[in-house]
Design a protein around this ligand. Structure first.
Ligand code: NAD
Ligand code: UFG
Length: 426
């Protein structure tokens, strides 16, 4: 089958593209690279032994989508593209509604014009809001609590209305729980920009020396160990869930909703302990105040996905941590720089004329680990700057133990020497 994947260079998208290529499908990825790197797709091609086509385009741009549909003639769409940071969505809601909701409408209008009426959509457990008891079941009344969640809810409504308007539409709404982990090769994984919002990427960056310690948000919840429970799902299980949903839609029209989760809650401290086991050494943490908006505990009732799709999770929390750690250890700075088998930082041929913005925040408590972390961040930035040809690297001291390392169009390349002054001037 020919499948167009929006957001296919992102975290979940890249793992799903790999699963689709391995299953024999032809894939074209449409992504604007606003939160990802084309390097992910290059590695997916390496792992699969064949390439996905890539179109750099924004899903709000119908002319660009028309051209991609005309050239690649997809038969179905998997739609990952979207902005996803809950906190940011509260600050810039219009960007979220425009990118996620207007972007989806543009995509659906394009699909209609090209008579492509099969779509799998990335929804989220966040649509269940705060009023539902756990475990969450698909038939529950939804009601998200923040602009990001409401974009998911509104897109679900739009797709439900569309499905009701014309029986030719085949629509899967997949409500993901908490995706973590990476492909077991350690070649692709989650590469958050800036300070990670989510638990496991944060733990992984502490483990690799980029952050000083994990702050556990709340130790006084009414849960067995006082920390929040979530339903973590291995990203490869999630990727396989998409292939299963697409397969189901071959034989069924209408609109379908499935939770993709394991059905089990794991606490923050349990996740921290599992990650320590994968790493083989202690990972510092501290109990901090609760984070606004966090629910104490929720997990999926995944029985509908099992009954309809024959899909359920097969990978354990231990496997999630081992795989996530392999990716983080081999790629301490994500796709910017891979440090495998003593590999030195080196330039790679630029794959994209307009690379994504690049920025790393470095925080550490004591001088040796700060210096180490800063040096790694600067090396990664230099490698990225070389890859892109013309930019410089700027190091800014934000506080005694926080620095930002970013690419700069203004500062000449040689300004990277400043890093030593910055470290000494600490
Ligand atoms: P991601 O940021 O890694 O991937 C999203 C991709 O979409 C990125 O490659 C980004 O460049 C691209 N993109 C964003 N806006 C675009 C636009 N206007 N045009 C073209 N490309 C655009 O995120 P992810 O974690 O892989 O999430 C994928 C989807 O799953 C998102 O829709 C997200 O909301 C949803 N989801 C994620 C989680 C999670 O915890 N990761 C949980 C539930 C749902
Ligand atoms: N946590 C910490 N410290 C951190 C980060 C997180 O203690 O540095 C805690 C949180 O307080 C929460 C748990 O770890 O108790 C999980 O937090 P995440 O941010 O990893 O995940 P959430 O469940 O809050 O939210 C995620 C996505 C949402 C999505 C939701 C359900 O960020 O977009 O899962 O799929 F909607």
């Amino acid at each position: 089958m020919r499948i167009l994947v929006t957001g296919g260079t992102g975290y979940i998208g890249s793992h799903t593209v790999l699963t689709l290529l391995e299953a024999g499908h032809d894939v074209v990825v449409v992504d604007n690279l606003s939160n990802s790197s084309e390097e992910a797709l290059r590695r997916v091609g390496e792992l699969a032994g064949r390439e996905a086509a890539f179109v750099r385009a924004d899903i709000t741009d119908e002319a660009a989508l028309d051209a991609a549909f005309a050239e690649h003639a997809p038969e179905a769409v998997i739609h990952f593209a979207g902005l996803k940071a809950v906190g940011e969505s509260v600050t810039i809601p219009l960007d979220y509604y425009f990118n996620n909701v207007a972007g989806t409408i543009a995509l659906l209008r394009t699909m209609e014009r090209h008579a492509v009426r099969t779509i799998v959509f990335s929804s989220s457990a966040t649509v269940y809001g705060e009023h539902n008891p756990t475990p969450y079941v698909e038939k529950m009344e939804i009601g998200a609590m923040n602009p990001y969640g409401r974009t998911k809810e509104q897109i679900e409504d739009i797709l439900t209305d569309l499905g009701a308007s014309d029986p030719a539409w085949r629509i899967a709404l997949l409500r993901y729980f908490n995706p973590v982990g990476a492909h077991p090769s350690g070649r692709i994984g989650e590469d958050p920009q800036g300070i990670p919002n989510n638990l496991v990427p944060f733990i992984a960056q502490v483990a690799v020396g980029r952050r000083e310690k994990l702050m556990v948000f709340g130790g006084d919840y009414d849960t067995p160990d006082g920390t929040c429970l979530r339903d973590y799902i291995h990203v490869m299980d999630l990727a396989e869930g998409h292939a299963a949903a697409l397969h189901y839609l071959q034989g069924h029209d209408g609109v379908h909703r499935w939770n993709l989760g394991s059905g089990h809650g794991t606490s923050v401290l349990q996740m921290h302990a599992a990650f320590e086991k994968a790493v083989g050494s202690p990972i510092p943490y501290e109990i901090a105040p609760r984070r606004a908006g966090d629910l104490p505990a929720f997990w999926a009732d995944p029985s509908a996905a099992l009954a309809d799709l024959g899909w359920s999770t097969t990978r354990t929390v231990e496997a999630m941590c081992e795989d996530h750690w392999r990716w983080q250890k081999n790629n301490p700075m994500g796709y910017a720089l891979s440090l495998e088998a003593g590999e030195e930082p080196q330039a790679r041929p630029s794959m994209s004329p307009h690379p994504a913005p690049y920025r790393i925040d470095v925080t550490a408590g004591d001088p040796p680990s700060l210096e180490q972390a800063l040096n790694r961040a600067v090396e990664a930035a230099i490698a990225q700057a070389l890859m892109e040809g013309t930019r410089g690297v700027l190091v800014t001291r934000r506080s005694p133990c926080t620095y930002t390392v970013e690419l700069s169009r203004i500062v000449p390349f040689g300004t990277t020497l400043e890093r030593d002054e910055s470290v000494q001037g600490r």
